[in-house]
Design a protein around this ligand. Structure first.
Ligand SMILES: N[C@@H](CCC(=O)N[C@@H](CS)C(=O)NCC(=O)O)C(=O)O
Length: 220
C-alpha cells in the first residue's frame, strides 16, 4: 500500500485545495500538515518551498511544490481514475486552462479580489481595499469571459469528464463566489455558475472547504 501523502498548507489556500481535491478524486489517503499564518515565510517551510508559498506535497522523502506539478505527479502515480483527457486537443485545452488559472485567474484576480474580500478580513483583520478590487475587475471579466467561452455547453472545462483543469479552477471560483463581485462576473455567463454548482456537489469540493480543511488539519 502506498504511504499517505502529506500536504503542507495554511487551511483556506485555493491552490492547496486543488491538490486535496485531486487526492480525493483519486481515492488516496492523505494528511494536512497545517502551517500557521506567516509560517510559510520562515523555516522550516522555506526549506520545503524557497519561494515561501503553498502547497507543498510530501510523499515519502519526495518533496514537491508548484500546484500543477503536484497534480500531474498524482495523476501519473495514481492512474485511476484518469484526470487528463486522452484526446490530444482536450488535453491541450486542459493545459491551457491550467495556465489561465495560474497566470490570470489567480494572479491579479483571486490574489486581489479574493485576498481583499476573504483572506484579509478573515485571517488578518484587514478592511477590503475597494480601489484595488475595482482595478482588478476588467482583468476578471476577461478571465470569466474566456472560461465561459472555453466551457461552452460541455459539462466540464476541458472535456465531458472532470479533469485537472476543473480541479485547479474550481477552488479559485468558489472563493470568488463568496464575494459581491461574483454576480457581476457571472452575468450572462450562467454556464460557469452551473459548472461550479456541479463541482461543488462532488466530494472533492465538499470535503475541502476552508472549514473542512481546518478540521482535517486538527485531526492531523
Ligand atoms: N505557483 C504556485 C503559487 C502558489 C501560491 O501562490 N499559493 C498561495 C496560496 S493559494 C500562497 O502561497 N500565498 C501566500 C503568499 O503569497 O505569501 C503554485 O502553483 O503552487
Amino acid at each position: 500500500m502506498m504511504s499517505p501523502f502529506v500536504v503542507h498548507t495554511i487551511p483556506g489556500s485555493p491552490a492547496a485545495r486543488a491538490v486535496l481535491a485531486t487526492l480525493i478524486e483519486k481515492g488516496a489517503s492523505f494528511r494536512v500538515a497545517a502551517l500557521a499564518p506567516g509560517a510559510h515565510k520562515t523555516e522550516p517551510h522555506l526549506s520545503r518551498h524557497p519561494f515561501g508559498r503553498m502547497p507543498v506535497l510530501e510523499h515519502d522523502s519526495f518533496m514537491l511544490y508548484e500546484t500543477q506539478a503536484i497534480m500531474r505527479y498524482l495523476d501519473r502515480i495514481l492512474p485511476a481514475p484518469p484526470l487528463v483527457p486522452e484526446d490530444p486537443k482536450e488535453a491541450a485545452r486542459m493545459d491551457q486552462i491550467m495556465g489561465i488559472s495560474d497566470w490570470y485567474l489567480f494572479q491579479g484576480v483571486n490574489s486581489v479580489i479574493g485576498f481583499h474580500r476573504v483572506v484579509g478580513p478573515r485571517l488578518l483583520g484587514l478592511a477590503p481595499d475597494e480601489a484595488a478590487i475595482s482595478q482588478a475587475l476588467p482583468r476578471a471579466h476577461v478571465v470569466f469571459g474566456e472560461l465561459s467561452r472555453l466551457l461552452g455547453h460541455k459539462s466540464h472545462l476541458a472535456s465531458q469528464g472532470v479533469s485537472l483543469a476543473d480541479l485547479i479552477v474550481a477552488p479559485h471560483m468558489d472563493f470568488l463566489a463568496q464575494t459581491p463581485e461574483w454576480t457581476l462576473l457571472t452575468r450572462g455567463r450562467s454556464n460557469l455558475e452551473e459548472w461550479l454548482a456541479r463541482m461543488n456537489e462532488r466530494d472533492c469540493m465538499r470535503s475541502t472547504s476552508w472549514e473542512a480543511v481546518t478540521q482535517l488539519a486538527k485531526a492531523g
